[in-house]
Design a protein around this ligand. Sequence first.
Ligand code: 4G0
Length: 245
Amino acid sequence: MRIDILTLFPEMFNSVFSESIIGRALKNNIFTVNCINIRDFSEDKHKRVDDYPYGGGPGMVLKPEPVFKAIQNVRKENSRIIFLTPKGKVYNQKIAKELSKEEHLVLLCGHYEGIDNRIIENYVTDEISIGDYVLTGGEISAMVLIDSVVRLLPGALGKKESYMEESHYNGLLEYPQYTRPREFNGHKVPDVLLSGNHKEIEKWRIYQSLKYTYLRRPDLLEKKELTKEEEEILSKIKLNFSNEL
Ligand code: 4G0
């Protein structure tokens, strides 16, 4: 996969690509990345990239010409050109998985009150939001997208970091994890995890996953097809915890 980032603040991405698992994936040629400063494509001698909004109102708007030229400079036949914006389709793991199969992603990071809409209408293929809040720029959203997509690329994660993708826990919140010591500040690890009884451990984990999903993300349970065993466990959870909703 190739990723091109169009931004006014290319330096913001340095730490992402030098540190961390994403940095290692880059070193291992799992993907390639290129940060392009939109200001390099400004036409005027003052290198201006923003201007006042037609129709008036507060804030500034990113001018179309430098953004268009930056896109033209990187786009290929099959590029996904993604604008990070609070107005976009809300991002999730399903979209991350879909994007991880693409050959070329172009991430367009806006600032000010946005970008001239003619760019969005005519050259952007996807508008994505990482959640219902406003940031000062699209860069952090782009980093979230990159991190979540790159870790899905073949070879990006080591064995120890490998994820539970598409396991039977898919669609539920994860069960709690514990490691040594058995007792920490007087707090014990649940006995069942030390029992060596794999059947009981599995049941406990399903119970925990269902309990947290029921209490915190009941919307996920609506969507999911539960097995007969899971339905049985869930009805017990509902009896015990409906008062905590
Ligand atoms: C475009 C994305 C870009 C329009 C970008 C702001 C949050 C997200 C930006 C605006 C962003 C997100 C109209 C404020 C840059 N903030 N939720 N800020 N407006 O993914």
